[in-house]
Design a protein around this ligand. Structure first.
Ligand SMILES: [Zn+2]
Length: 206
């Protein structure tokens, strides 16, 4: 499963636990469990033991975190490219600063992005249609609370203008999107990949 699938499972698990602790009606709890377990099965059939384990109205948040830790082992980590590959993906960029990722848990990332505040740019590495792509653009200096085009959550967002060289006439096209300033937080909030896929198709050259 993907990192965003895991975030979805985590979110649903806590919705269920909240209902266990706040809704008295057993029928309502069971209906919610049925709905949530259905969605989880669709994400991954290997979740069967986990889905059984969370069918317990006495389950605590701490207990759920322990169960979730074993689910997380099934997440496919983000394939961070080598520095040489990254240089190639951003071959138009001079003096590219690539962050060190050795200490990061790559299971927390559906895509990877970092800000270069000196040049007001954001760089993104994202797998799209089976291929690793490098996307970069400028980010505004003002942030505001609004919906992020990638994670679809209300978040501190910034306007991102992709600098994409069109293959057709060689000119740069700009496409504005509001996305999370903090891409680590964005990854943590993502519960599906639809927003990311749409975002990537808007900013990649046609
Ligand atoms: Zn976001």
């Amino acid at each position: 499963m993907t990192s965003s699938d895991f975030n979805r499972i985590r979110h649903l698990t806590f919705v269920l636990i909240n209902a266990y602790h706040s809704v008295n009606s057993a029928a309502t709890q069971e209906a919610l469990y049925a709905q949530i377990s259905d969605e989880m099965y669709q994400l991954s059939e290997t979740l069967a033991p986990f889905i059984r384990d969370i069918k317990s109205p006495t389950l605590t948040k701490e207990g759920a975190e322990k169960l979730l830790a074993s689910v997380k082992d099934e997440v496919v980590p983000f394939e961070f490219p080598t520095k040489a590959v990254i240089q190639k993906l951003f071959n138009k960029v001079k003096k590219l600063q690539v962050p060190e990722v050795d200490h990061l848990e790559l299971r927390d990332y559906t895509y990877f992005a970092w800000n270069d505040l000196a040049s007001h740019r954001k760089y993104m590495l994202v797998k799209h249609a089976g291929q690793m792509r490098g996307i970069y653009g400028t980010i505004g200096t003002d942030t505001k609370k609004n919906t992020c085009a990638i994670c679809s959550q209300t978040s501190q967002v910034v306007q991102f203008m992709a600098l994409t060289k069109s293959n057709v006439d060689g000119t740069y096209t700009k496409n504005g999107n509001y996305i999370c300033l903090d891409s680590d937080a964005c990854n943590h909030q993502m519960q599906h990949e639809l927003g990311l896929a749409n975002f990537v198709s808007t900013v990649l050259p046609k």
